[in-house]
Write a protein that binds this ligand. Structure first.
Ligand code: SF4
Length: 652
């Protein structure tokens, strides 16, 4: 992207850089090779590793772990007991960033002071305090105070004194902490140009490696592997494969046929550096001469959710640096493939990649979308019916829109819902039994295009809060019922667990508590006190964050008014980085959700059932030409309905 901007002459004009942030700088692979050589030769006597896990994130072929054993004095300062900590002679557990003081240079701009959001959960100290105390114990005299908080405050005092006449510093410091902190002012920085070596990078068609090329990529869940011990991240489905709790090898259908494997069959991938074995995921979005494996799994330490899960494709890299940039070459390693003849476990909750023409995930061509918008007439009768799927005397009918064209399938909304609504994670085995608890699922569909390719549509699916909800009349004890504001509510302590409602829900968004899920300390600290923790035997599902609705209504009532549009957001809406979700009052014709639900792209899923959902989807838009009926005869590129594909398999 930077090179494209350079070619267009945008750098320094429309694209302006600040100075590089001081935190988060990454050493190149060449630099690390130099360090490893010095560690091996005994030139390094003491090594402190701070908040990094090179034993996991460097290719095994570089031999960091062996070199670590050659250093006589090693210490890991990390909040996690990871692979690097496991190889160090000292482990000095440090506090999490949210438990620490810090200083942030945004790069030429204002400087922020990061304050602890909470006291340390465990018996830890922040990294800087550990270093100050080590220095003091060694007879040093750290300047600026006995701890980092004091050092930060003194630094702010000095800067304030340099900037102008002495003011009441204590008062300024208090307001700085209250506002998040502005110590310096924005500095105008010289606009950098691209390094000539990078600008002249030989991007001409690189030679493909012999055999099959390996691609490895960071995932939204784990990035480089640092998020792998979080069960929220393990249980988050991958945006493309929809798999969870494991690694996989993405194969083109042609390659899979040659190997004689299907989804879930174990494939051994070998290179000159090593080999890994993982379940196959057959995907036509990848070239036949390429395989892809996600990064982030394959930990040998780092907590029970991460340890022993999946494979680390870095084990396949020879660890050679790119000759121009000095960076690790992540693509282009040549590998060979072998079917092991065994089944693995690849948990994929989505039943099929196709909606089989049922107009569940809609995709329209951009020209058709514009035409539809121009000739769009709002069906007022339908709108009135939808808005009045609540008590006529109530001023509210809560509803939601989801713009499929904005949604990227990142699933941030899913995790936000877990956090807000005390939704438990259930683990790989229970997920494989399709007993997941997530209130939102992101379904990913492939839609064929006229050029023989396909487009991907991501669709967040949650309780649709139907005006005529099929779940309500079948509940023998009225545990699920319609509120005066059009919400489909669930009374937990009335539910007797017959699960009739889940069977009658056409959207399959109701979840049953098969077990009593626990939140042992310190996980209990994350529970939202506004939301009930459900017990074994009851049904649950999305409430449209009814606790937030009620808080806003109570506030409005206290002020003698109605809830204003945009006054509050549901957790998924608040978290969505793409702004794909809107929520509000459908009875307010001017509310954002009302305006969006009148869009020409708007539709209800399975509305032929006349369930009158409160959730309106806006169709995804593509520049590709679609067949006359994009929902006609779709080939299913990968049907996971076979329980073997998503269920338990032999051999593990
Ligand atoms: S709705 Fe937003 S948060 Fe949810 S998957 Fe789509 S883009 Fe991500």
């Amino acid at each position: 992207m930077a090179i494209l901007n350079q070619v267009l002459g945008a750098i320094g004009e429309r694209v302006r850089f600040g100075s590089a942030p001081k935190s988060g700088a990454i050493a190149s692979i060449s630099t690390m090779e130099g360090l490893i050589d010095r560690m091996r030769s005994g030139a390094v006597r003491t090594l402190l590793v701070v908040d990094a896990n090179p034993a996991f994130t460097l290719p095994k072929a570089l031999g960091f772990q062996d070199a670590l054993a050659q250093v006589s004095n090693t210490a890991s300062l990390s909040p996690h007991l990871d692979e690097t900590a496991a190889g160090c002679s000292w482990i000095l557990p440090s506090s999490h960033a949210l438990e620490s003081w810090g200083e942030v240079d945004f790069g030429g701009g204002p400087t922020g002071v990061a304050q602890p959001l909470m006291p340390p959960v465990f018996d830890t100290r922040q990294t800087e305090d550990i270093l100050i105390q080590i220095a003091a114990a060694g007879g040093g005299e750290p300047s600026g105070g006995a701890d980092f908080a004091t050092w930060l405050k003194d630094a702010a005092r000095r800067r304030r004194a340099e900037e102008g006449p002495e003011e009441d510093f204590e008062e300024g410091w208090r307001s700085l902490l209250a506002s998040g902190g502005l110590i310096g002012t924005a500095r105008e920085t010289e606009q950098p140009t691209l390094d000539p070596a990078v600008a002249g990078y030989p991007f001409s068609q690189p030679a493909m490696p012999e055999g099959t090329a390996l691609v490895m990529y960071p995932t939204v869940q784990f990035y480089d592997g640092r998020g792998a011990n979080r069960s929220w991240m393990q249980e988050l489905q991958d945006p493309v494969t929809r798999a969870m709790w494991n690694s996989w090898v993405e194969l083109n259908p042609e390659t899979a046929e040659e190997l004689g494997v299907s989804n879930g069959d174990l494939v051994e991938v070998s290179s000159e550096a090593g080999s890994v074995t993982a379940p196959a995921f057959v995907y036509r979005g990848i070239r036949p001469d390429t395989v892809a494996i996600p990064l982030g799994q394959g930990h040998t330490a780092d907590g029970r959710n991460a340890r022993g899960r999946g494979v680390n494709p870095l084990d396949l890299l020879p660890g050679t640096a790119d000759s121009v940039s000095g960076a690790q070459a992540f693509a282009g390693t040549s590998v060979t493939l072998r079917a092991t003849g065994e089944r693995g476990r690849l948990v994929i909750l989505q039943g099929s990649d196709s909606d089989f023409g049922r107009e569940i995930a809609e995709l329209i061509n951009v020209e058709e979308a514009l035409d539809a918008e121009r000739g769009h007439e709002v069906d007022l009768g339908e709108l009135v019916r939808a808005a009045y799927d609540s008590d006529p005397n109530s001023p509210y009918r809560w509803g939601m829109t989801v713009d499929l064209n904005a949604c990227t399938g990142c699933a941030a909304c899913v995790t936000a819902c877990y956090a807000e609504n005390n939704v438990p994670t259930v683990g790989e085995r229970v997920s494989a039994q399709r007993r997941e608890m997530s209130w939102i699922k992101i379904d990913r569909y492939f839609v064929d295009t006229e050029d023989g390719g396909f487009q991907t549509v991501q669709q967040p699916m949650m309780c649709q809060h139907c005006g005529d909800a099929p779940c309500e009349p079948v509940c023998p004890v009225y545990a699920t019922y319609h509120t005066a504001e059009g919400l489909n509510a669930q009374v937990y302590n009335r539910c007797v667990g017959t699960r009739y409602c889940a069977n009658n829900c056409p959207y399959k968004v109701r979840r049953f508590n098969w077990f009593e899920y626990e939140f042992p300390y310190p996980l209990n600290l994350q529970l939202n006190p506004d939301v009930t923790v459900r017990v074994k035997g009851v049904m649950e599902k999305c409430t449209l964050c009814v606790q937030r609705v009620n808080r806003a209504k109570n506030q409005a009532k206290a002020e003698g008014r109605l809830v204003r549009d945009g006054e509050f957001q549901t957790a998924c809406q608040q978290t969505c980085p793409a702004g794909a979700i809107k929520f509000g009052n459908l009875k307010d014709a001017d509310s954002e959700v009302s305006r969006q639900s009148r869009s020409a792209r708007g539709y209800h899923v399975l509305d032929e059932l006349y369930t009158r959902p409160a959730v309106t989807y806006l169709a995804d838009v593509t520049h590709a030409a679609l067949p006359a009926s994009d929902h006609g005869e779709q080939a299913d590129p990968g049907d996971h309905a076979d329980p073997e594909a998503g269920g338990e398999a032999e051999g593990r």
